[in-house]
Each structure stands twice: as C-alpha cells, then as structure tokens.
Design a protein around this ligand. Structure first.
Ligand SMILES: Nc1ncnc2c1ncn2[C@@H]1O[C@H](COP(=O)(O)OP(=O)(O)OP(=O)(O)O)[C@@H](O)[C@H]1O
Ligand SMILES: Cc1ncsc1CCO
Ligand SMILES: [Mg+2]
Length: 262
C-alpha cells in the first residue's frame, strides 16, 4: 500500500527546501516542477555557499549535467555537508558512460557522499553497472532491467532508480517496476532531471527511499499522461505537465501502474 496522496499532501504542508545543484539546461524547469508539487527549490552551486545550504536543506539533489571542475568541487562539498547533517541526497549521473570525466565524477561522489537515491536513464545506469556503449551524450540507447537496478543498489548501497519506458527501482531487497508515462517525454530535455526533483520532494517526507522514488515517478508520469491529452507536441507537454502536477487529485492515482516485488 503506497500512500501517494498523503505524502503529496505532506510535501504541501511541509514545503521542504530542496537544494539543487542542477545543470544550466534544466535549472528553470526543475525549479518550477518542484514548486508545482509544493516543495521549495533553491538552485545554488557556488562553492562559497553550498555547504551552508546543504546542511540546512531537507533534501540535496546533485545533478552533474553541466559539470566542470568547479562544479565537481561543489558536488563534493555539498554532498559531504548533507551527509554530516543527515540530509538525504539524490544523485543524477547525467551522461555517465559518455565521457571518462562524467563516469569518474559519479564514482567519486558515490565514494565520498552518503547517496540515498541514484537515478539515471538506462544507458547511464548500465555504464555504472559495467555495461558500456548504451549511452549517446545524455540519451540512453537501451533499456536496463530490474536485475541491473538490484545490482547497482547492492554495489553502491543506494536505492537505484532506472528511468525509461518502464522504470526499475531497487533498494537491493525489493524491486518496483513503474509503467506510467508517455514516449513524448523523450522529446523534452530534462524530463529525467525533472522527475528527479519530484522524487527528491518525496524523499523529504518519506525516508523509505524505494517508496519515495515510486511516489515521485508515478506522480510525475501520471501528470505527463494527463498533460499529453491536452498537448500538440513537446513544448505544450512541458507547460501542461507543470499545470497537471499542480492540479493532482487523489483519484488521479488510480492510474498508477506499479508492480512491487519483495
Ligand atoms: N517510452 C517511454 N514511455 C513512457 N515513459 C517514458 C518513456 N521514456 C521515458 N519515459 C519517462 O520519462 C521520464 C524521463 O526518463 P528518461 O529515461 O527519458 O530520462 P533521461 O534520459 O534522464 O532524460 P533527460 O536526460 O532529458 O533528463 C521518466 O519518468 C520515464 O519514465
Ligand atoms: C541536454 C543536456 N546536456 C547536458 S545536461 C542536459 C539536460 C538533460 O539531461
Ligand atoms: Mg537524465
């Protein structure tokens, strides 16, 4: 039994502060999506302030999408400050496997920071599981599997979330498969980054990160399904998606397509 609506209401009551180190491409959209579900975003990546912010945030979301060496320094400073203060961390390994710099940065963060949720697309997550060649830039070239999610969860001590036509979530013991969403999401840049903001918001109110991840995926993807009906293409889908997140109703969750094992 997953209490989607109760936890969405909890986000709206608490208005948790979600500190994002978010790439330049998606920064504005991620902030709007976070507001639409009722949380409070701040986008900040200066090394002069990230420790102070991450220590006081309700959740830290590190997205490596437009990294350089200054950003990497900030990822580590913010991540360690969050870990010291029991602030949950979500890591999006954007483009892992596409370059050595990205893969090595992700591995360094996983080593030095207490990451709660590691969320990437099939190609990124396969690269981190040792399956090369399934990523082109930031786009996945194939679907992963529940077994890869399980393996990543155990290897890195995280809840692994692999997005795609079906999403695979595992904490190493349990596995969840989410089949909501629409293929048109592939034509909006940052749909993966944005679903990360929704998952991070649920992590602020539910410390069972497998459940928080499923809640975030389902909420975002049901909103996307509803938005698609009103949209003529990716641009209007993005606008309608923010509206549908803001307008979620308890009965919308009857559309959830989730298989939970273990
Ligand atoms: N073919 C599909 N059918 C249904 N939902 C999909 C499909 N492809 C992706 N999605 C959904 O779109 C969202 C983003 O997933 P995706 O794997 O495309 O992220 P991504 O590649 O990291 O995106 P980006 O790099 O643009 O942020 C997820 O909620 C996922 O479930
Ligand atoms: C297109 C793109 N390039 C770097 S980050 C990003 C956003 C989607 O991952
Ligand atoms: Mg992504």
């Amino acid at each position: 039994m997953i209490n989607y609506w109760d936890d969405l209401q909890a986000i709206r009551r608490k208005r948790p502060l979600v500190h994002h180190l978010m790439n330049y491409v998606v920064m504005n959209d991620a902030a709007n999506v976070t507001l639409a579900v009722g949380a409070s975003p701040i986008m900040a990546h200066a090394r002069e302030e990230v420790e102070e912010l991450a220590a006081k945030a309700d959740v830290l979301y590190i997205n490596i999408g437009t990294l350089d060496d200054r950003w990497v320094e900030s990822f580590i400073l913010a991540g360690k400050a969050a870990s010291r203060n029991n602030v949950p961390v979500l890591l999006d390994p954007v483009g892992a496997g596409a370059t050595r710099f990205r893969t090595e940065t992700v591995l360094r963060i996983l080593d030095e920071v207490e990451v709660g949720v590691l969320k990437g697309n099939g190609g990124e997550m396969m690269a981190l599981a040792g399956v090369a060649g399934m990523i082109k830039g930031v786009d996945s070239l194939g679907e992963a599997s529940p077994e890869i999610a399980e393996r990543l969860a155990r290897e890195y001590g995280v809840t692994a979330v692999i997005t795609g036509p079906r999403d695979y979530v595992s904490d190493g013991k349990r596995v969840a498969i989410v089949s909501n969403g629409t293929p048109m999401l592939q034509y909006i840049t940052g749909s993966g980054c944005m679903v990360g903001s929704v998952i991070a918001s649920f992590m602020a109110v539910n410390r069972d990160f497998l459940i928080a991840s499923v809640e975030g995926l389902v909420t975002f993807e049901i909103a996307a399904e509803k938005a698609e009906r009103k949209s003529s293409g990716p641009a209007s889908l993005k606008v309608n998606l923010i509206d549908e997140l803001y307008n979620m109703k308890p009965s919308d969750y009857e559309m959830a397509r989730v298989e939970l094992r273990g």
